[in-house]
Design a protein around this ligand. Structure first.
Ligand SMILES: Cc1cc2nc3c(=O)[nH]c(=O)nc-3n(C[C@H](O)[C@H](O)[C@H](O)COP(=O)(O)O)c2cc1C
Length: 192
């Protein structure tokens, strides 16, 4: 099959849709982040890539803490707003009517309306060029009790958003089941 070279670009699809929180000058602020991921299991760590010009970047530098909040699909409007408005100019907590709470860390604000909230302390920061890659150690994970089934996180209840970057710039819900992980591949493994 013919391949077209598109040039080097950030072409991984889909990405998660996250709201990263930080206290900036003592006030909670949240920004939308698609460039975030799990980075380590033991101890648990995440990474978020934040452009130096973001108001949130200032707050992470001030306190060396941040939060990662997973919005559900019913927060898509608020989520996008947090990605097109800056806390340097507006109060996003007020505009989105977020209820802010704190856990183990005094300076990692979290959003009660988001079903999953992860509080992190910065272990490493790496200046990559346009963005700072923060590696955060996960200090605690908070999950809304109504998003658990038999004590386990239930994705059907969390309804996370996947983000497709340029050119479509779309938020999507989770699509239909295509197969079970660590399982469907056994159909090939079993043939050997
Ligand atoms: C879907 C989406 C994903 C985004 N992902 C990132 C990201 O990963 N890193 C980043 O620095 N900015 C990202 N942005 C842009 C910031 O969220 C945006 O500049 C925001 O206004 C920054 O807010 P702040 O100045 O209050 O920190 C994203 C925006 C959108 C809409």
């Amino acid at each position: 099959m013919a391949k077209v070279q598109m040039g080097p670009g950030t072409s991984i699809y889909p990405m998660p849709t996250l709201l990263v929180g930080a206290n900036v000058d003592g006030r909670p602020n949240f920004m939308t982040v698609a460039w975030g991921n799990i980075a380590n299991a033991e101890p648990p760590m995440v990474t978020v890539a934040i452009r130096g010009s973001r108001h949130t970047h200032k707050g992470i530098e001030q306190n060396r803490t941040f939060s990662v909040n997973i919005p559900s699909a019913d927060l898509v409007k608020e989520t996008d707003y947090c990605g097109i408005a800056s806390g340097a100019k507006v109060d996003k907590v007020k505009d989105c009517q977020f209820t802010v709470f704190y856990g183990k860390l005094d300076t990692a604000p979290m959003i009660e309306q988001c079903p999953v909230n992860i509080e992190c302390s910065v272990l490493h920061s790496l200046e990559l060029g346009s963005h700072t890659l923060y590696v955060g150690r996960i200090e605690e994970v908070h999950v809304s009790s109504d998003c658990l089934t038999d004590g386990r996180i239930d994705l059907d209840k969390i309804k996370p958003l996947a983000y497709l970057g340029d050119p479509s710039r779309q938020y999507h819900g989770i699509g239909k089941l295509q197969g079970k992980g660590f399982s469907i591949g056994l159909e090939i493994k079993g043939k050997k």
